[in-house]
Design a protein around this ligand. Structure first.
Ligand code: SF4
Length: 170
C-alpha cells in the first residue's frame, strides 16, 4: 500500500491530443512507477528508472491547486493506477473546490481491475484507456500479464457502461 506517490513531471501541457486538451492548458501530471513493465515502454524514465519526486496526498493536493492557479483547464493524470489510493483524495478535494468546470482526465493502461476502475469511474470525467494487445502469447512476449487482453476488454466495457460510447480523435 502506497502512502506517497511519485510525480515524474507536471505542468501546463499545450500539446495534448485535441480531444483531451479541450480549449488548451491541460494540467498534466505524469506519475512514475507504472504497474506494468511493457518492454516497448516509451517512457522508461517513469516505468523503469522511476524518476521523480515523492509527494503525500496533501502535497499532491497543493500541486493540483497550483496547476489550476497557473491556468489549467483540466487535470490530466497519466498512469495513475498504482497510486490511485493516494491521488484520489487529492483529486476529490480539488474537484469539490472547482466543480465540473475542471474535468479530470485519466490516461490508464487498460490493466485495471474492476474495483479500482469503479473507483476511478466514480471520479473521472474522461478516460483514455490503452488497449495494447489481445492474445496471451503476444502479451507474454511484450512482458505484459497473460490476462491483459481480457482485463482490458472488461475495463473498456465498464467505462462504456459508466461514461458512454467512445469518441475517437483524428
Ligand atoms: S503501461 Fe505505458 S507507462 Fe506503463 S510500462 Fe506500459 S507503456 Fe510504459
Amino acid at each position: 500500500m502506497y502512502s506517497k506517490l511519485r510525480v515524474y513531471k507536471s505542468g501546463i501541457h499545450l500539446g495534448e491530443e485535441r480531444i483531451v486538451a479541450g480549449n488548451c492548458n491541460s494540467g498534466m501530471i505524469n506519475f512514475s512507477g507504472c504497474h506494468l513493465a511493457c518492454n516497448f515502454c516509451y517512457t522508461p524514465e517513469t516505468s523503469v528508472e522511476q524518476q521523480g519526486q515523492d509527494l503525500s496526498t496533501g502535497e499532491f493536493t497543493d500541486l493540483l491547486d497550483e496547476l489550476v492557479v497557473r491556468g489549467a483547464r483540466n487535470l490530466n493524470f497519466i498512469s495513475p493506477s498504482h497510486v490511485w489510493a493516494v491521488a484520489q483524495p487529492a483529486a476529490r478535494r480539488i474537484k469539490a473546490k472547482y466543480g465540473r468546470r475542471l474535468p479530470l482526465i485519466l490516461k490508464i493502461s487498460g490493466y485495471e481491475r474492476q474495483g479500482l476502475l469503479s473507483s476511478m469511474a466514480a471520479l473521472g470525467d474522461v478516460f483514455v484507456p490503452d488497449f495494447k494487445v489481445w492474445s496471451p502469447e503476444v502479451a507474454r512476449s511484450l512482458n505484459l500479464p497473460e490476462d491483459y487482453g481480457v482485463t482490458a476488454q472488461n475495463a473498456v466495457r465498464l467505462l462504456i457502461q459508466t461514461h458512454g460510447a467512445p469518441q475517437y480523435s483524428r
